[in-house]
Design a protein around this ligand. Structure first.
Ligand SMILES: [Zn+2]
Ligand SMILES: [Zn+2]
Length: 199
């Protein structure tokens, strides 16, 4: 898989995407996989950053197929488990970006404070490019702490019948229905209103 295909899918080149590409490539090589056609490989990602797009393109684990699972922990941790033999890899990003010079450090502060002048943006772009290059050139062991999965293999994606929410009348996957005072509700209806008064 070529990096340019990942960039095409994501829309821009950035350090996060580059890291995700390295993670996905490492997994494909170590586990001797070809792109997941169905559910053979399961990816569990602990953030929803740019890196996840690279993982989807390279591994074929996607949200829609149910073999990409998002745990929104805000951690740069990516776990891959193969169905069948349970072979797994857990990658925790340990890479540290190169130290910035004082001028670039100030530019990042301005950038974070939404102060995005042309001068600031030029420095940020240069800084990002340095990071991308550093990630591309780093050894796997400088990028990731590599281990085995620490959570069990999630169950296969299942198809469930739809039920109708008593409040909005919209279809809801059966296991996601919440019963409140004898009424079957979708979560948005349950959380937006007090069902005891709304119904
Ligand atoms: Zn990005
Ligand atoms: Zn509803």
């Amino acid at each position: 898989m070529d990096f340019s295909e990942v960039v095409k899918f994501h829309g821009h080149v950035c350090p996060g995407l580059t890291l995700g590409f390295r993670a996905a490539t490492l997994v494909m090589n170590r586990m001797e996989l070809s792109r997941s056609d169905d559910e053979e490989l399961v990816a569990i990602v602990e953030n929803n950053s740019c890196a996840v797009d690279a993982i989807q393109v390279v591994t074929g684990c996607t949200l829609g197929k149910g073999n990409l699972i998002l745990r929104d922990y805000g951690k740069q941790v990516y776990t891959f488990i193969r169905r069948g033999d349970g072979e797994s890899l857990r990658l925790a990003v340990k890479w540290q970006p190169p130290t910035e010079d004082a001028e670039t450090a100030r530019a990042w502060q301005s950038y974070m404070a939404a102060e995005r002048t042309a001068e600031v943006m030029t420095l940020i772009k240069k800084s990002k490019n340095r990071k991308i290059r550093a990630i591309q050139e780093a050894a796997d062991t400088d990028l990731f702490k590599v281990g085995k999965a620490i959570e069990p293999l999630p169950p296969k994606a299942q198809v469930f019948p739809s039920l109708i929410c008593a409040l909005c009348g919209e279809k809801v996957m059966a296991p996601k229905i919440i019963t409140q005072n004898g009424k079957s509700l979708c979560r948005p209806c349950l959380e937006a209103k007090n069902p005891t008064t709304a119904l």
